[in-house]
Design a protein around this ligand. Sequence first.
Ligand code: 0A1
Ligand code: ZN
Length: 853
Amino acid sequence: MVRTRFLADYRPWPFTVLETRLDVTLSPRGTRVRSALRLSRTGPGDLVLDGGKGLRTRAISIDGRTLDEADLSIGEETLTIGEALLPDSEFTFAADVEIDPQDNTALEGLYLSGGIFCTQCEAEGFRHITWYPDRPDVMAPFRVTIRSDLPVLLSNGNPVASGPGLAEWHDPWPKPAYLFALVAGALRAVSGSFTTMSGRQVALNVWVRPGDEDRAGFALDSLVRSMRWDEQVYGREYDLDVFNIVAVDDFNMGAMENKGLNIFNSKLVLASPDTATDTDYERIEAVIAHEYFHNWTGNRITCRDWFQLCLKEGLTVFRDQQFTGDMRSAAVKRIEDVVTLRARQFREDAGPLAHPPRPDRYEEINNFYTATVYEKGAEVIGMLKRLVGEDGYKAAMDLYFDRHDGDAATIEDWLKVFEDATGRDLTQFKRWYTDAGTPHVVMTEDWAATEAGGTLTLTLAQSTAPTPGQPDKPPRVIPLAVGLIGPNGDEVRPTEILELTEPQQSWRFEGLGARPVVSAHRGFSAPIMLRRTLSEADRALLLAHDTDPFARWEAGRSLGLDALIARATGTADAGAAYIAAIGDFLRDAAADPAFAALVLRLPPEEEAASVIADRGLTPDPDAIHAAREALAHDLAAANEAALAGLYDAMVVPGPYAPDAGPAGRRALRLDALALLTRLDGGDRAAALWDSASNMTEKMGALGQLVRTGRAAGALSQMEQRFRDNRLVMDKFFGVQPMAAPPADAVAVARRLAQRPDFDWKNPNRFRALVGGLGANHAAFHAADGSGYDFVADWLIRLDPVNPQTAARMFSLFETWPRYDATRRAHAVAALDRIAALPGLSGNTAEMVTRIRA
Ligand code: 0A1
Ligand code: ZN
């Protein structure tokens, strides 16, 4: 049943839960859940509890008196007890229900993953476990008893008792039901400990399946680094005696921050040099940190309602980005984050699924765990920090933790804290939370030379295109960081922040000697698209000399994009300036390999398509693919010696370490390899496949072999060696459709889908294959519609089994309006075929309707 929820309809629940007691007897087909909620009335109204279809209700009682059917009304989604039947002040509501974890393929609520019982309750999963006020503003301490013969029985909080077949847990920190978790299984712990800043000992465990223990150490170390960092940078101390992390193979998302018991997709826990890449390691470290940081930003301070989701997610992403920047290279991390933001969030903001970081309506909240809520939510906090400064930010954060600890808060509360701590009026700034769309900022320059020295006038003009449901876009506060670079490459003015608040404003820089080159949007100071005219020579100068690493990278990126787009739209041999600038850059590339790897990487086809569309033209995926291949070839040919030199020089001696230093060298080496393969046809890649002793180099080589049609041997070796390793086999399923030549990729995907080990009910495996094809731009957007059909067929199959994972993959289709009429017709036909299906889940129905609108 589809129903729209509105932010404006928020009403508090008329009771407080003083304590929640759960007694759970586990069994795959009939798990018994007995709950007792101590309630106290805070306002008038019936007692209305949430529950799902899967609950087999055996008994409901109030203060021990079992209610007859006549006293209750049990609907599809709620249980109601009339006000007249309830005691006046405090009373206990108890429920006795039975559920079927084995049947739970949606992976929401209590389910089984490879013999492990586990839960996923965010956002509204707890209602599949028992009747409950399943809303984030209802918080309670929990006491949980688990009964099972399985050896490891875990829940939130601290362990209070355990015996044969039984464990009892107590979580003293009031929490909403979405943070509840329970795990039971034959698990092994990799353990450590942490002494907090006030000297408390915390036991740390990473729970994995027997045999996986040797791949859990990095996750444990990452946890310790996260705990220390949150104390040092935010003054936040952990607040329980134990912190447990559990890895499960079947999980809809990355991981979940359940209080004291984080549950992770195993791909974000398990790593060893021969099974995980450098990127996997970096991601594990970041997600372990993210979930840990939620303990304060999400758990101690949670959200009043799901419209406020970015309150916890934007802030926690911002914190995990800061953490990774501190652990590794801040400059490289910033560029990586911008690349992801543009690829996912800008694209979302420009299409039919655009929504503000704080939406004001939704049908299915699980469809709003988006790049906009997460990544743009983080960008908005970055801007806030830039506007109020380091000290202002620190004062505001201290006040936030002080004022709102224990609360279910709102974006208004968050902004008020910043206003109170810094004295700044954030009325206009709030639009970043309420308005969708990426602002365009046009920058123009006027140079006037006088006797006293030249004056540069910079004019900035902002506008934002309409988005669904929001036709008018008033101006926002946009902090644009700029610096000036002299013609000889020296910085003549350090970074300053121009605060654009009007539709158009100008700034004057006086007393300059020669006309400088403006280094603009330094550090990507706001999530906007900056449009300016800058000569190729000036961009080459910035790439060579800018002191700001983001702006420096951006100069090269912009040359690359222009070269690619010119070729894709008609100019055959464009890109001389780009190729020459990269050639100059390569001379110094070894100085900072991780940064150099980013500069050397050609813009992806998808990004070229977005920029072409943004310029009002129709992107042609085949032309873009051909142009990118040709540009890569020419770039390689012009710089062959330098690339070959780097490829040899960037070998990392000694045993593998996942640290930023060696990882950066491997990244540069593999980016050089990708270009050199255009010249040697895959010889180096084949040799590297044979000699590599770590998964990073293996996958770097394999991608090139797949692209050049030389992967058969490597793939069969991979299969031989890793057929029992699910995570490595996901790579096997992903790399082939993603890297195959677009003309072959759909056939490759179809063949893989027929393999018996295409276990499509496992979200990782499904995403590897179907998402892998989706990531091959020219294949997914094949002119004959075969890419759309392949994805649609599989989404149709997945939807009844796992609606959340199916619905989230619809974003692959969100760019359909920008392509040509033939492709649009194919995409619309695929979407309409899905929309017409009887019994479509609410999740998918909402996505299809929004995308088609
Ligand atoms: N809060 C988690 C993300 C998450 C959201 C929903 C889930 O199930 C539907 C699972 C995880 C995070 O930000 O990591
Ligand atoms: Zn999160």
